[in-house]
Design a binder for this molecule. Structure first.
Ligand code: SAH
Length: 353
C-alpha cells in the first residue's frame, strides 16, 4: 500500500500536521536512507531554530546512588550484577554537587539513581526541600524510577519541578523482553500519567536499537509520545554492558538515533530534546550530530569524580572530558564550532499544553 510513497512528502506532512499513521511511521523508519535523513535534519533544524534559536540548555546530572532493586536486562547497575561497586551519596555530598553546579552556571539539577530503598520518601523529600531552599531559582528534576503516586506528590510539594522516566518501549511484549516479570509497560506508563497530572514537567523516552526492537515498535513509541505530549524526550542508543544478559547484543547506531531525534523534533516542535551521553559514547561526534538533528539540551555530569565510573549503565559510558560539568567551556567551544552555544537559563519547555 505504501509502495512508492515518497518519504520526503511524509516528512513534509509530519512537519505540517505533527502526525502520521502507524504504517507511515513504520515506512519512514524502515525505508530511511542518507538522502531522506539529510532532508529530515534540515527541516528539524529549521523548526528547532524557529522555537529555540541556537541555544543549547544545560542540566547538571547528579548520579546519587547506583543501588537498584530492579533487574532490567540491559542495565549495568541491575540488582543481579554482583560486580557493580555500589555507592550512595550523602545529603551533604548531593548539596555540594548543587553548590558546585550553581557556580559553574547550572540552573537545573537532575537527581538520577537506581531504585534505592535507602532513599525513602521522607529522605528524598528532605533532600529536595534543602535544594529548593538553597537554590530557589533552580529547577529540580528527579529521575528515580517508579514510585507510588503519593510519593511523587510528596516530592512535588517538597519542591521538585520535573521528572524523567523513559517509557523504554511502548509495546508491552517488547517491554517484557527487556525487563523481568514484575515490571510492566502498563505500570511505567501509569507512572508517567500520574506525574503529569500532579503537575510535573515530564520527560520520557526510549532506547534506540534495544534487543528485539522493530520499526513497528519505534512507530508505537512515536504515537505514544504524541499522546503523552511530554516536555522532554530523552533517547539514546542501547549499548551493551558486559555483566548483563545482553552483553553480547549489538549496540544501537548513531545513524538511527539521530534519525529518530529529527523525527521527534518534527513531531513535538517545542520539546526539549537532549543529545545524550549514550550518543556521545558510541561516536566521538555523536553529541554534535544529535544537535544537528534537532537536539537542544546537554546534560553534563556533576557527580563527585570518585563515583562517576561506578554509575556504569553500559560499557565505556563517558564521564570525563567534555562530558564533565567542569568542562563546560570545552563543550561550548565544540558546539560553537557547529553554530550553536550553551545558554545559562533554566530552560523551561515551551511545550506547555
Ligand atoms: N532508575 C531510573 C534511572 C534509570 S537510568 C529509572 O528507572 O528511570 C536512565 C536511563 O538509562 C534508562 O531509562 C535507560 O533508558 C538508559 N539505559 C540503561 N541501560 C542502558 C544501556 N545498556 N544502554 C543504553 N541506555 C541505557
Amino acid at each position: 500500500m505504501m509502495a512508492g510513497t515518497d518519504l520526503k512528502s511524509l516528512i513534509d506532512r509530519l512537519e505540517e500536521t505533527q502526525s502520521l499513521t502507524r504504517e507511515e511511521w513504520t515506512e519512514l523508519i524502515r525505508r530511511r536512507n542518507p538522502e531522506t535523513a539529510e532532508y529530515l535534519f534540515e527541516r528539524a533544524r529549521e523548526v528547532r531554530i524557529r522555537h529555540y534559536g541556537r541555544d543549547i540548555f544545560i542540566r547538571g546530572l547528579i548520579e546519587f546512588t547506583n543501588y537498584c532493586r530492579n533487574d532490567c536486562y540491559y542495565c549495568g547497575i541491575r540488582k543481579s550484577n554482583g560486580k557493580a561497586e555500589r555507592y550512595r551519596l550523602t545529603k551533604d555530598q548531593i548539596l555540594s554537587c548543587c553548590e558546585q553546579g550553581y557556580r559553574l552556571g547550572f540552573r537545573t539539577f537532575v537527581l538520577q539513581g537506581g531504585e534505592d530503598g535507602w532513599f525513602t520518601d521522607e529522605r528524598m523529600a528532605d533532600i529536595i526541600s534543602e535544594i529548593r531552599s538553597g537554590w530557589p531559582d533552580c529547577a529540580i528534576t528527579l529521575s528515580i524510577g517508579e514510585r507510588e503516586r503519593e510519593s511523587y506528590q510528596m516530592f512535588f510539594e517538597a519542591g521538585a519541578n520535573r521528572y524523567l522516566l523513559r517509557h523504554e518501549t511502548f509495546d508491552h511484549d517488547h517491554y517484557a523482553r527487556l525487563h523481568p516479570p514484575g515490571l510492566s509497560a502498563a505500570h511505567r506508563q501509569k507512572c508517567l500519567r500520574d506525574l503529569k497530572e500532579i503537575g510535573y514537567q515530564v520527560g520520557t523516552g526510549f532506547m534506540v536499537g534495544s534487543p528485539y526492537q522493530t520499526p513497528e515498535n519505534l512507530a508505537d513509541d512515536m504515537i505514544f509520545l504524541k499522546e503523552l505530549n511530554p516536555q522532554m524526550v530523552g533517547i539514546g542508543p542501547f549499548i551493551p554492558h558486559h555483566d548483563t544478559p545482553f552483553a553480547d547484543r549489538e549496540a544501537g547506531t548513531v545513524e538511527l538515533t539521530v534519525y529518530m531525534l529529527g523525527l521527534i523534533r518534527l513531531l513535538l516542535p517545542k520539546v526539549l530534546l537532549p543529545s545524550t551521553t549514550a550518543l556521545g559514547t558510541i561516536s566521538p561526534d555523536g553529541r554534535e550530530r544529535g544537535v544537528l538533528a534537532g537536539a537542544n539540551v546537554v546534560m553534563p555530569n556533576l557527580s563527585p569524580t570518585q563515583v562517576r565510573e561506578k554509575y556504569l549503565l553500559y560499557d565505556n559510558k563517558l564521564c570525563t572530558g567534555d562530558e564533565a560539568a567542569e568542562s563546560l567551556k570545552n563543550l561550548d567551544a565544540r558546539l560553537k564550532a557547529i553554530g550553536y552555544h550553551i545558554t545559562v537559563a533554566r530552560g523551561d519547555s515551551l511545550n506547555i499544553s
